[in-house]
Ligand binder design. Structure first.
Ligand SMILES: *Cc1c(COP(=O)(O)O)cnc(C)c1O
Length: 465
C-alpha cells in the first residue's frame, strides 16, 4: 500500500484508435424525377453489407430488413414533407412515416424550429420540467379517460408498465391479448404478436420464459366469445385485457360494432382492467383515438408514436387510483433516465398543437381514403381480389378475397403478390411498408399530386400482378 489514497482507482485500458471505412459518396438530387423503374442502390448496398456484420440483420428493428418482400432496404439520408431520400440520391413518396409518428410530415418547420431552440437549452436534465406538465395537460385533455399520465421513451415501455400496474392493482397475474395485436416486445406481450413477428414467422419468441408466457392468453379479435371463454377458464385470475384501439399491426382491421363495448363489459363483469393500447391509433384516427370513436372508458391507455413527433416517447395513463399506485406515490416501480426528455416533449407538444388545427383530420382521412379507394379500384379492374380498411390516416389493402376481421383472415392474404406489388412500387418511387401486415400511413404533407403519382405507380404495378 504505502500511499494514503482514500479511494480505490479503476485502472482503464489505453485508448485505441477507431477505424472506419466509408461507402462512396454520390451526388444527391432533390427531385423525385429519375429514370423510370431504375433505382440506384450502390451506396445502400455497401452500407447494408457493412451493417449486417455489425448489427444483427443490419437493422435495429426487424421489419426494416425487407425479409418479407425480398431485396435490400435503401439506407435513408434525410426526409422532408412527404418525401424521403436515400443515400443513392433516390427520392420516394413516404407512406411509412417512421411507422406512424410523422403525421405532420417530415421536418415540419414548426417542429424543427422548436427543436433547434430546445437543443440549445440542453438535451436532458434528469429532473422535472414544465414541458412535461404541458405535455401531460395536452394528453389528458385529449383523453378524458385519463386522470394522470406518465411519460416513458417507447410504446414498449408504456405497455410493459401498464401490464405491471394492472397486475399490481388486481393482484392477478394473467393477461388477455389478441392474436395479431402487437404491443411492443416486452416478454409478457410477445406471444402471437402480429406484424414484426408474423412477418418473420416466429409468433412466439425464444427467450420468453414458458412460466411467463403461460400467463398470457390469446383471444381472437372481433370474437367476444373467445374472450369470455378465457375469462371462464380462470374467472378470478385475469388482471387485464389489452387491445389495440384499432389494430394496425396485422394490417388495419376494424373492430366490429359493439366489440370494444363488449370487451369493457366483460372486464367489468370479471373484475379485470381494460388497457387500450393506442400507441398507434391514439392520434392517427382522430384527436383522442379509438376510445373517442367507440365511446369506451378504458382503465389504462397507452400512447406513443405521434406523441413523440418523431422522437422517442411513450406514455401510459388512466384512473387516478390506478396511477397513484406508481412509484414514488405508490409501490409499483417504474422509471427511466430519459423519460419525459425535454427534446422529445418539445417535438410532441408542437406536433399535437399542429393536430389541433381545424380540418386536419378531415384532410388526413381524405388523403388516406382517396389512396385506398384508388388502389382498390385499380385492383378490381385488374382482377386482383382484395379487401381494404381505412382508419383515419392509415389503411391496408389485403390481397385476399375474403373479409379480414382478425389475424387468421389477414394471414390468408397472398403474400407473394404483395411482395411483387411492394417491389414495383418502390422502384416507381413509392415507399410503402415492406409487409402485408402493416398499415400505410399518410401525413399532412401528402398532396393531391402525391396521391396522383402514387395511383399512377399503382396502375402500372398492378399490370400482370
Ligand atoms: C408501435 C407499437 C407499440 C410499440 O411501440 P415502440 O415505440 O415501438 O416500442 C406498441 N403498441 C402498438 C399498438 C404499436 O403500434
Amino acid at each position: 500500500m504505502g500511499t494514503k489514497r482514500s479511494a480505490q482507482i479503476l485502472k482503464l485500458p489505453a485508448a485505441s484508435r477507431g477505424e472506419s471505412s466509408t461507402c462512396k459518396e454520390v451526388s444527391i438530387s432533390d427531385s423525385l424525377a429519375r429514370p423510370r423503374g431504375k433505382l440506384r442502390a450502390g451506396r445502400s448496398l455497401c452500407m447494408f453489407k457493412k451493417a449486417v456484420k455489425l448489427i444483427p440483420g443490419g437493422v435495429d428493428s426487424p421489419v426494416r430488413a425487407y425479409k418479407a418482400v425480398g431485396g435490400k432496404p435503401p439506407f435513408i439520408e434525410r426526409a422532408r414533407g412527404s418525401r424521403i431520400y436515400d443515400v443513392d440520391g433516390n427520392a420516394y413518396i413516404d407512406y411509412i412515416g417512421s411507422w406512424g409518428p410523422m403525421i405532420v410530415g417530415h421536418a415540419h418547420p414548426r417542429v424543427s424550429v422548436a427543436l433547434k431552440k430546445a437543443i440549445d437549452r440542453g438535451t436532458s436534465y434528469g429532473a422535472p420540467t414544465g414541458l412535461e406538465v404541458t405535455m401531460a395537460e395536452l394528453t389528458l385533455k385529449a383523453f378524458p379517460s385519463m386522470d394522470m399520465v406518465r411519460f416513458v421513451s417507447s410504446g414498449t415501455e408504456a405497455t410493459m408498465s401498464a401490464i405491471r400496474l394492472a397486475r399490481a392493482c388486481t393482484g392477478r397475474d394473467n393477461i388477455i391479448k389478441f392474436e395479431g395485436c402487437y404491443h411492443g416486445h416486452a416478454d409478457s406481450l410477445l406471444v402471437k404478436a402480429g406484424s414484426g413477428a408474423a412477418t418473420l414467422g416466429v409468433p412466439d419468441s425464444p427467450g420468453v420464459p414458458a412460466d411467463l408466457a403461460r400467463h398470457t392468453y390469446n383471444a381472437v379479435f372481433n370474437d367476444l366469445g373467445s374472450v369470455e371463454a378465457l375469462f371462464e377458464k380462470n374467472p378470478e385470475g385475469v388482471a387485464c385485457v389489452i387491445v389495440e384501439g384499432v389494430p394496425g399491426n396485422m394490417g388495419v382491421v376494424l373492430p366490429r360494432d359493439g366489440f370494444m363495448a363488449g370487451l369493457k363489459a366483460l372486464c367489468v363483469k370479471y373484475g379485470a382492467l381494460l388497457i387500450m393500447d393506442e400507441v398507434m391509433s391514439g392520434f392517427r384516427l382522430c384527436y383522442g383515438g379509438a376510445q373517442k370513436v367507440y365511446h369506451i372508458d378504458p382503465d389504462i391507455t397507452c400512447l406513443g408514436k405521434v406523441i413523440g413527433g418523431g422522437l422517442p416517447v411513450g406514455a401510459f395513463g388512466g384512473k387516478r387510483a390506478i396511477m397513484e399506485m406508481l412509484a414514488p406515490s405508490g409501490p409499483v416501480y417504474q422509471a427511466g433516465t430519459l423519460s419525459g426528455n425535454p427534446i422529445a416533449m418539445t417535438a410532441g407538444i408542437e406536433t399535437l398543437k399542429l393536430l389541433q388545427r381545424k380540418g386536419v383530420y378531415e384532410r388526413l382521412f381524405k388523403t388516406a381514403s382517396s389512396l385506398c379507394d384508388g388502389i382498390v379500384e385499380i385492383a378490381r379492374r385488374r382482377g386482383v381480389p382484395c379487401q381494404a380498411a381505412v382508419a383515419g390516416s392509415m389503411f391496408t389493402v389485403f390481397f385476399t378475397d375474403r373479409p379480414v376481421e382478425n389475424y387468421g383472415g389477414a394471414k390468408r392474404s397472398d403474400l407473394k403478390r404483395f411482395a411483387r406489388y411492394f417491389t414495383r412500387m418502390l422502384k416507381a418511387g413509392i415507399y410503402l411498408p415492406p409487409s402485408q401486415f402493416e398499415a400505410v400511413f399518410v401525413s399532412l404533407a401528402h398532396t393531391k399530386d402525391d396521391i396522383e403519382k402514387t395511383l399512377d405507380a399503382a396502375e402500372k404495378s398492378f399490370r400482370g400482378l
